[in-house]
Design a protein around this ligand. Sequence first.
Ligand code: GLN
Length: 307
Amino acid sequence: MDHIQQTINEIFHKHLSNREGSPATYIPELAKARPEHFSIVVTTVNGEVFSVGDSEIYFSMQSTSKPFTYGMVLQDLGRVFVMSKVGVEPTGEAFNSIVELEKNTHRPYNPMINSGAIAISSFIRGQSFEDRLTNMKDFFSLFLGRSIGVDENIFESEKNTAHRNRSIAHLLKHFGIIEGKIEDALDLYFKQCSFSLNSLDMSLMAATLANSGINPKTKIRSINKEYVGDILSLMFTCGMYDTSGKWAYSVGIPAKSGVSGAIFGVIPGVMGIAVYSPSINEHGHSVRGVKVFQDLSKELNLSIFRK
Ligand code: GLN
């Protein structure tokens, strides 16, 4: 296991001086992130943790939250309902594409792009908005092993500038995909994107998926085992949006990125990995994060296709 620590140290130092990309600016609060921050954390299914860099720096989950909300709604409402509303096909388009609804059903293609994720948020159960937010927080907190908080500055910043996501939500409402109030669905989506954690937390969430849904630290089941495969297969085919094919080729593990600069990957039965570095590329992925995963995949022989 020293091998893992040594490997992440080497890869960290290899990419430390990389200054390509820049933090996202379309959500103004994200632009305040410090490009020098960088961390790599591995958590095994036995709960061992290997970390290097700024692993205690907090950031917002952004799209790395999408696989978890998808799992929550699948578990609460079942596959038949969820499948009737959101598909499971990759798009080859960017995360915020407006046009990506299927021709006849008008379903978003998958839950990893914004249209699918906003639809999924609209299905979260509860009597009131507050109830639904509490249910979502409680679900995420199981993966984290402690209560998850919302970065309210990020939330407000995204809410006030989300013209594109708002137009997607209106389209979804028009086609009868979204249920309930548009603003509630959007606010729940913005809240999940604003969940605040560090890369130690994120690697534990990833390790919980790697461990068939049981949190390796608390030993508490966070999600039914039967839905873990749904989440991971969607992460694999759609988690990196229009670079999912390249990711499968060059990294070969299920993963999800967020515009805050986080990427997490899951090696089922083995470990979860989180990388944080806020400078992103034109696809919305952390520049260093992509390079770290490519190197880690090679050095630790992680690709499911290259055993
Ligand atoms: N909150 C962001 C948005 O909806 C999430 C996008 C992302 O992380 N790719 O635009």
